[in-house]
Design a protein around this ligand. Structure first.
Ligand code: GTP
Ligand code: SPV
Ligand code: MN
Length: 587
């Protein structure tokens, strides 16, 4: 008798008609074979064996370089269950539309069957998925990003508790591209893209879109959050999880080399993109990282901004859409101050500066998490790590101060729900446009976002020790467009203030939007920052915030009755405080 997984794979093969089917075991030899298959497929090459052993460069189709939110759908029976922020199609209609694109899609190709676990293999919170794909690049990448192969089959046994995902590159024509989620039957179909979050189905599709749905059904949370441990001079580690929209600094914060290392503050990485959080018997929320690798943004990464990842990615790494030096090393904007001579660009052409950057702005590295010198000794702890703080943040050239603390759980949920950020190259579409991205989950919430807000509020009520909630902005700029805050390893100074707050210290200044540190409360030892810049970073302007509040209210209107009343009350409360402040400043 075939297992439920074998049965599903047979059905997928009957639909897509591959020439051969390869069940992946997850061995080292097999990983090498997948990489060889990837090389044979063209568009990939081996990097310099001496300086980058076992590292590869893959060039995706130039029309296929980022997540495509316009063709990403949540397919539920009722439209209201997908909510106003998701693209929706009825499941039957979606399948009828996309089935023809999958019929015979793998003819002449190999179907790789990738059973995988999201979460530490021994964790009660881990879940099994299976992805079938006709892309060797996807298969090799899933081998880095998940616990893939025999380990997943052993965990699953004959159970039917797994999330199936059917992926085919199709013809890569963007008009034939669909990323479909069927949360009611916990199924994923993805066709027409071989890139990142569109194609590595364990990541955004399972761990977040299907994950949020499962989490609400089962009483936990699936979030677009890094997880880090901040060690203090006494050797105690406090865990924090932070949600920033795509390409807004999660990997860099999670892996930072602390500027306060001499004082004894050090950062340990548990995860860089996704957190699965479960309430523990002690009333704390416990987080596991469902992934096993980092799929990180390359541009801007260097010896100074992220030395940990620079060290990690010199072996066993797949680079995607970066530039290439004449001696076969990867290169991207920001890696070195000057581009080397004779660069090949991400499309494989001799680089001409007038044709744009050598590396695509969303070029990435895929590297095993365990290779980072900053990896936490508890990163695979089956029980997870207890979270003391949630941090929300985005890219805001104006308005948002460097950091503030919410005065209650409800207020914190409001600050997450109203998170806005300038768009980045991680998704196709305009870059630098301000949009609301609640909890950094706008592209990733698998159900009605209004109900998701209610669920957040409910979790706060259920937890005896909910995390404190903070809001940060590393990206505020001066009138000349320069960043006011140095960022990266210096961000630890802000984390240290949060740690002070958690332990009942840390001076604050009360503003209409929350508690901002007094300038003296931030440890600026050894940092050269002008008094003027510091004040600009911490400024909360009542008039600007009043305008922001109008935008928030308009946004909330989108959700109608699905928006929890508590969020309206928070908006009203902040409105009253702003009015007070406006009167006080004479505006
Ligand atoms: P996803 O993988 O898309 O979810 O992105 P992410 O949130 O992990 O962002 P990542 O850390 O990869 O950073 C994205 C870009 O922002 C990179 O180009 C970084 O160099 C830059 N960046 C990260 N942290 C900071 C910071 O503190 N200050 C400034 N100015 N830039 C930063
Ligand atoms: C993001 O866009 O948030 C990423 C990259 O982490 S992707 O895997 O493409 O979603
Ligand atoms: Mn991400």
């Amino acid at each position: 008798m075939p297992t439920p997984m074998e049965k599903w794979v047979e059905e997928a093969a009957a639909l897509t008609k591959p020439e051969r089917v390869q069940w992946c075991e997850g061995t080292e030899g097999e990983h090498e074979q997948l990489l060889k298959d990837m090389l044979r497929g063209g568009n990939s090459l081996l990097l310099d064996r001496k300086s980058f052993p076992n590292c590869h460069l893959h060039r995706s189709d130039p029309r296929d370089v980022a997540r495509t939110e316009k063709v990403t759908f949540i397919c539920t029976e009722r439209k209201q269950d997908a909510g106003p922020t998701n693209n929706w199609m009825a499941p039957q209609q979606a399948k009828e539309m996309v089935r023809p694109l999958l019929e015979g899609a793998m003819k002449g190709r190999t179907m790789y069957v990738l059973p995988y676990i999201m979460g530490p293999a021994e964790s009660p919170f881990a879940r099994v998925g299976v992805e079938v794909t006709d892309s060797a690049y996807v298969a090799a990448s899933m081998g880095i990003m998940t616990r893939m192969g025999r380990v997943a089959l052993d965990r699953l046994g004959r159970s039917d508790d797994f999330v199936p995902g059917l992926h085919s590159n199709g013809d890569l024509d963007p008009s034939h591209r669909y990323i479909l989620h069927f949360p009611e039957e916990k199924l994923i179909w993805s066709v027409g893209s071989g890139y990142g979050g569109n194609a590595l189905l364990g990541k955004k599709c399972f761990a977040l879109r299907i994950g949020t749905w499962m989490a609400r059904e089962e009483g936990w949370m699936a979030e677009h959050m890094l997880i880090l441990g901040l060690e203090d001079p006494g050797g105690r580690v406090t865990y924090m999880a932070a949600a920033f929209p795509s390409a807004c600094g999660k990997t860099n914060l999670a892996m930072m080399v602390s500027a306060l290392e001499d004082e004894g503050y050090r950062v340990w990485t548990v995860g860089d993109d996704i957190a699965w959080l479960h309430p523990g018997p002690d009333g704390y929320l416990y987080a596991v990282n469902p992934e096993a690798g980092f799929f990180g943004v390359a541009p801007g990464t260097n010896e100074h901004t992220n030395p940990n990842v620079i060290e990690a990615l010199h072996r066993n790494t797949i680079f995607t859409n970066v530039g290439l030096t004449p001696d076969n090393q990867p290169w991207w904007e920001g890696l070195t101050a000057q581009p080397p001579q004779g660069l090949i660009d991400w499309k494989g052409q001799a680089w001409l500066p007038e044709n744009g950057p050598a590396a695509h702005p969303n070029s990435r590295y895929t590297v095993p998490a365990r290779q980072s010198p900053s990896i936490s000794p508890r990163w695979e702890d089956p029980a997870g790590v207890p979270i003391s703080a949630f941090i929300f943040g985005g890219r805001r050239a104006k308005l948002e101060p460097l950091v503030y603390e919410a005065t209650s759980w409800e207020h914190g949920v409001y600050s997450g729900a109203t998170l806005a950020s300038e768009t980045t190259a991680a998704a196709t579409g305009a870059v630098g446009v301000l949009r609301r991205d609640p909890m950094a989950m706008l592209p990733f919430c698998g159900y009605n976002m209004g109900h998701y807000f209610s669920y957040w509020l409910e979790m706060g009520r259920r937890l005896a020790h909910p995390p404190r909630i903070f809001h940060v902005n590393w990206f505020r700029k001066d009138s000349e467009g320069r960043y006011l805050w140095p960022g990266y390893g210096e961000n630890v100074r802000v984390l240290k203030w949060m740690l002070d707050r958690i332990s009942g210290a840390g001076e604050t200044h009360e503003t209409p939007i929350g508690l901002v540190p007094t300038p003296a409360a931030l440890d600026l030892n050894g940092l050269d920052i002008s008094r003027q810049n510091l004040e600009a970073l911490l400024r909360v302007d009542p008039a600007d915030w009043s305008a922001e509040l109008e935008g928030v209210k308009e946004y909330f209107g989108k959700f109608g009755d699905d928006l929890p009343l508590e969020l309206h009350s928070e908006a009203d409360r902040i409105g009253r405080r702003l009015q007070h402040a406006n009167v006080a400043t004479g505006r």
